[in-house]
Design a protein around this ligand. Structure first.
Ligand code: ATP
Length: 286
């Protein structure tokens, strides 16, 4: 295998140290990705999982794939983390699961039935909730009105669900008449999660719920995710705070260039030297 040291013999060519480091990291990542693909484990069939995405290929622009064969499983009761460098395709994966981006190749099943190609509202009806990373509340509406929007497919269940959701997030009941636009980033995140829970989902998809929040609010979000999970909701969350997310999740996936680089329990990934070096350490800049 080529070592790729670029010694051409045509005189000393100065390569900036940072660029050389970045290219070495990239080369190492490529190698590890190849190894990970070769060692891919059999995941079983659609009936074995609450949700199964297998070898998914997806992208935004025709002819350009962002997901290049992603596989992910979710078992009832789990919190599954998706981490990886910037641009790895984490948000794309979660959007594809929620039907916002078409599946080009591969399969996507929920409780054994294909959901590939279904629009987002069909997924909501089937018990999948989604909290986007940005613009996830209606700022000009009150908290209560935001939650009503969450229950729009089943308006008659509003009072019952509002009671359940405001028990999980007391702020939502206490400040129900406050405009969402007047809330802090962390409080808005609670509204967004509360809204997704109004339909009583069995699967909750969270796209970087702690992005832009102070460490205290980040921690609160992680705790709330655990609480929501303890009520029986299975969770898939994309996270930029990879370490903390791996501490609280059951299993994690490290995505790189639209492919699975690593998967394992949160603890295994946290202790894996390659994951530490490439994705959790100081070199993990993407
Ligand atoms: N709407 C879009 N149209 C075209 N390309 C897009 C679009 N959204 C994202 N991409 C591209 O898809 C790739 C993956 O983006 P994605 O947002 O999924 O990455 P990510 O892993 O979530 O990274 P980050 O942590 O930076 O959000 C990037 O190259 C990005 O530029």
């Amino acid at each position: 295998m080529s070592e790729g040291n670029g010694a051409s013999g045509s005189g000393p060519e100065e390569v900036p140290v940072e660029a050389a480091e970045a290219s070495a990291v990239q080369e190492h990542r490529e190698e590890l990705l190849e190894q990970a693909e070769a060692a891919a484990v059999e995941v079983g069939g659609p009936e074995d999982h609450l949700l199964l995405a297998r070898d998914m290929v997806a992208g935004y622009v025709p002819g350009v794939n962002i997901l290049n064969g992603c596989t992910l499983t979710l078992t009832e009761g789990e919190v599954v983390a998706i981490i990886g460098p910037n641009g790895a395709g984490k948000s794309t994966l979660i959007k594809t699961i929620f039907g916002l981006i078409p599946v080009r190749e591969g399969s996507l099943t929920l409780r054994g039935s294909s959901i590939a190609g279904l629009p987002a509202h069909s997924l909501v009806e089937r018990g999948v909730g989604y909290v986007p990373q940005t613009r996830n509340v209606f700022p000009s509406l009150t908290i209560e009105e935001n939650l009503q929007m969450g229950a729009f497919l089943r308006p008659r269940t509003f009072s019952e669900r509002f009671a359940v959701v405001s028990e999980l997030f007391p702020l939502l009941g206490e400040r129900r008449r406050a405009k969402a636009g007047s809330l802090s980033g962390g409080e808005r995140q609670m509204v967004a999660m509360g809204r997704a829970l109004m339909m009583n989902p069995s699967v909750l998809l969270l796209d970087e719920p702690t992005a832009g929040l102070s460490p205290i609010y980040q921690e609160e979000v992680f705790q709330r995710v655990k609480e929501v999970n303890s009520t029986g909701v299975s969770v898939i969350m994309v996270e930029q705070n990879a370490r903390r997310c791996l501490q609280i999740c059951d299993r994690g996936y490290v995505l790189d260039q639209g492919r699975n680089a690593y998967t394992g329990s949160g603890r295994d990934l946290l202790n894996d030297p390659n994951v530490i070096e490439l994705y959790l350490g100081t070199l993990a800049k993407g």
